[in-house]
Design a protein around this ligand. Structure first.
Ligand code: GTP
Ligand code: MG
Length: 273
């Protein structure tokens, strides 16, 4: 007969979790899951109708984890089916296609939809997010580069992986990190451990790099009005240089942003008397 001590030990060892996949239609959510669970790739597109559900068992350290995977349909048409399934998730796989900018830009709206549907339950600190920059095998059509994706993910405390469901690149690594973080969180009383969110750069640095990438000209990049004086340009430059200097900033893309700021200042000063 099992003793209470044995039962307690068993409970500590086994864990049941719920994870969901999110992202625009056709970015490869189902293929990523299939690659991991069934070790195969299907090149024909079979849109998920509403939700696909599956269960898998994984081992993390001394624990057996029973994972319930809810693979969501990305098409807006299935919103009414999807919205039921956000609640009680411990992990979210957010996927975009590196060859499709709209799917990357849509990540924010997927988070918004999720928060909305979870309502008062929306405690994003108790959920592990992993971002998959998928279809990296299709190098020629790539339009979203690694530093842009990594910055978006890591500035939110999310994991970032470059994946290909087609070749298998990054898939096992991604799932291992994902399940191990979920286990850490469960062992940490249901909150993300501090190391998960401490990424070594600030939200201000991340937002500034993003703003610089999206700026339309040198004035805009430095954050000054067209026609600004030398002093105004230099003042704005110094502020950005302190924030983004490669010796001080480790955020992905900071080096390119810093160079862009140096070039913007040089070209503006050339034309200001
Ligand atoms: P919905 O279920 O409609 O939301 O789409 P989904 O995100 O589940 O996409 P799915 O996994 O069905 O894949 C869409 C298409 O992209 C299919 O034709 C896949 O074969 C293809 N695909 C998925 N991942 C990759 C990849 O890593 N590389 C390449 N080359 N093709 C991929
Ligand atoms: Mg699918």
């Amino acid at each position: 007969m099992e003793t209470n001590v044995q039962k307690k030990r068993e409970n500590k060892k086994s864990l049941r979790v719920k994870v969901i996949s999110l992202g625009n239609a056709e970015v490869g959510k189902s293929c990523i899951i299939k690659r991991y669970c069934e070790k195969r790739f299907v090149s024909k597109y079979l849109a998920t109708i509403g939700i696909d559900y599956g269960v898998t068992k994984v081992q993390v350290r001394d624990r057996e984890i029973k994972v319930n995977i809810f693979d969501m349909a990305g098409h807006p048409f299935f919103y009414e089916v999807r919205n039921e399934f956000y609640k009680d998730s411990q992990g979210v796989i957010l996927v975009y296609d590196v060859g499709q900018k709209e799917s990357f830009d849509a990540l924010d709206s997927w988070l918004t939809e999720m928060k909305q549907e979870m309502g008062s339950q929306a405690n994003m600190e108790s959920i592990i997010f992993v971002v998959c920059a998928n279809k990296v095998d299709l190098t020629k059509r790539r339009v979203v580069d690694e530093s842009e994706g990594r910055l978006w993910a890591e500035s939110r405390g999310f994991h970032y992986f470059e994946t290909s469901a087609q070749s298998g690149e990054g898939i096992n690594e991604m799932f291992q990190a994902f399940f191990s973080s979920i286990t850490d969180m469960c062992e940490n009383g249901g909150r993300r451990p501090v190391s998960e969110v401490n990424v070594g750069f600030t939200r201000e640095q991340a937002d500034t790099i993003r703003r610089i990438r999206n700026s339309k000209d040198s004035w805009d990049m430095l954050g000054v009005k067209p026609g600004a004086t030398r002093e105004e340009v230099n003042k704005a430059y110094r502020k950005l240089a302190v924030l983004l200097h490669p010796d001080k900033c480790v955020a992905p893309g900071s080096e390119d942003a810093f160079k862009a700021v140096v070039n913007a200042r040089t070209s503006l000063l050339k034309n200001i008397k």
